[in-house]
Design a protein around this ligand. Structure first.
Ligand code: NAP
Length: 525
């Protein structure tokens, strides 16, 4: 079966054979996708003109209602999405929930936030700026939706959430969306778009999808378009420097890879609540979605005296994780999404092992439950131990996009901060400590290089939302290597799709323009 693309408000099957999407457990071909023959220039032109105009004519509250209706449609088809996730990505129930339910939750959150903006269409920012002595000439800043297309080039690991966490703020801001999901797992995104289109929720031109490579897409970008990319740092570099992007000064947001850290505080001894919370979270982060999360813990920093005990405790828990076909009862961790990802993860682990010793896993003698290792894409959860993190190089550089992490002892706070900073910018770090002085100093030493910091102590307990869990109300994105992008954070996310301009004129003209606009201060409320 070929999955068609949806552009210019019609379904369009690719020319030629397309690419087969595979089941990572059995290796079976499931469906085919492709973008050959899709006219990307026309697709973008149609979205700009038709979709953009209708969305901008709708109020924020109307757009918010569209998001709520999309969430309802996705919720109705949830069981089918879980099935596709299992077959095309090897997702367990928990993995599929992370992606699919995360998408629905994010859409609902933006529907609620958008409703609060009421029957307004734009945003007015800050006070009137007096520009003449008599007060008869003033200025005012406005945030208006860009009259282009929000183009999403997404990674393979979140086909559902990755689409809707971007689409929710873009549509709410008044921009039409064209998504190019990553090819290996495009089925789920394509099916969700098909369901939303069939439900007739969005105006014509507001939502398009192109599956397959679509490598000419960026050749057709124009001023006013926004490109939001999620994926590897290598591809990000290519996108940023693409001549189409450069020539038209197209705004680009990048969410790239990172070597996120978890930190055990010096006070967190093996019998403490914080130690236990750290162990639980490290194991969860290594195994949920088989470690294929951009936010997953890759480096675990622990005080020298506690590092071995922490590694032993994590290894003991990892030994209990049943890895295999997600369709088999009792399986807690599935495969990676493809043999290519499996090979990349195995190569990454081998690179790390040149500087680390093995604390658990490594793959020797590993046999997934209910699957043939010769055709499937499993990687055994693997914990490494790097006794000299200050000298080591790979552990601060190599992101194994799979179920692997490394424990690194630190001698003191300065050494810890030095090593954390060698990640060169991360999406998130979590700290497990009840020593407020330690955590305050650490936040000040490394906070500038992290998009999000999660501080966990006994008072927080299990109430925390998770190291790797991205909440719609909080910022997602990190500096430096993590791409330098910003997503979510409540209504802050609309900023990517809005353009600020200042209008100068008589107070009457400015007041007239500001009528019907929401206060931009709500974006930071
Ligand atoms: P990738 O290989 O960089 O691909 C990402 C997307 O870019 C895919 O849709 C891919 O299309 C497309 N692409 C590849 N080359 C391109 C080019 N020359 N021009 C235009 N588009 C191009 O990344 P991935 O392997 O899918 O994802 C894994 C990486 O993403 C990891 O490093 C992970 O850390 C990162 N990630 C980051 C976040 C975050 O929020 N920060 C979230 C998830 C993942 P095809 O699939 O068709 O090749």
């Amino acid at each position: 079966m070929h999955l068609p693309n949806y552009v210019c408000d019609r379904w369009f099957e690719c020319e030629g054979e397309g690419i087969a999407l595979l089941d990572p457990v059995s290796g079976e071909a499931l469906v085919r996708v492709g973008s050959d023959g899709v006219d990307c220039a026309q697709a973008l032109a149609h979205a700009r003109l038709t979709g953009g105009e209708s969305l901008r004519a709708a109020s924020h509250a109307d757009r918010a209602s569209m998001l709520a209706a999309i969430a309802d449609v996705l919720a109705q088809n949830r069981a089918d999405y879980f099935d596709i996730s299992r077959r095309n990505a090897g997702a367990t129930e928990a993995d599929a929930g992370f992606d699919v339910d995360g998408a629905i939750f994010t859409l609902k959150s933006y529907a609620r936030l958008g409703k609060a903006l009421g029957q307004t269409r734009g945003l007015v920012e800050g006070a009137v700026v007096p520009l003449s002595k008599e007060g008869n000439f003033v200025g005012r800043h406005f945030l208006v939706p860009q009259k282009g297309v929000a183009i999403f080039i997404n990674a393979f690991n979140f086909p559902a959430w990755g689409l809707w966490e971007k689409a929710a703020p873009a549509l709410l801001a008044g921009m039409p969306v064209l998504v190019k999901p990553a090819t290996p797992t495009a089925w789920l995104a394509q099916r969700m778009v098909a369901d939303v289109i069939a439900a007739g929720i969005l105006p014509p031109g507001a939502l398009s999808i192109v599956c397959g490579a679509a490598r000419d897409l960026l050749t057709h970008v124009r001023e006013g378009d926004v490109v939001s990319f999620t994926g590897s740092a290598d591809t990000a570099r290519r996108i940023r420097s693409h001549p189409g992007i450069v020539e038209h000064a197209v705004r680009v947001n990048v969410e790239a890879d990172s070597v996120n850290a978890a930190v055990l505080g010096p006070d967190a001894l093996p019998d403490s609540v914080e130690f236990e919370l750290a162990v639980k979270e490290i194991v969860r982060e290594m195994t949920i979605k088989s470690g294929q999360k951009c936010t997953a813990i890759r480096r675990v920093f622990a005080p020298m005296a506690q590092a071995r005990a922490l590694a032993d405790a994590v290894a003991t828990r990892l030994a209990r994780v049943v890895v295999g076909d997600p369709a088999v009862d009792g399986v807690r961790m599935g495969p990676l999404v493809s043999r290519a990802q499996q090979q990349a993860a195995i190569a990454g682990i081998a690179e790390l092992r040149s500087e680390c010793e093995l604390a658990f896993g490594g793959g020797e003698g590993f046999a997934p439950v209910g699957a043939d290792a010769a055709v499937s894409a499993f990687v055994q959860p693997t914990l490494l131990f790097c006794s000299d993190g200050e000298r080591a190089e790979t552990v601060h550089r190599v992101e194994v996009f799979g179920p692997a992490a490394t424990v690194i002892p630190y001698a003191d706070e300065r050494a810890l901060a030095r090593m954390m900073r060698r990640g060169e910018g991360s999406l998130v770090a979590s700290v497990y400590s009840s020593d407020g002085v330690f955590t305050d100093r650490l936040v000040s030493a490394v906070g500038d290089l992290h998009g999000r910091l999660m501080l966990v102590d006994a008072t927080v307990g299990n109430a925390h939302t998770g190291h790797g869990n991205v909440m719609p109300g909080c910022l997602h994105g990190g500096p430096g290597r993590a791409g330098g992008g910003e997503e979510l954070g409540g209504l802050r996310a609309l900023g990517l799709y809005l353009r600020r301009h200042v209008v100068q004129g008589s107070p009457e003209r400015i007041a007239s323009l500001a009528a019907g606009c929401a206060d931009a201060a709500l974006m930071w409320a």
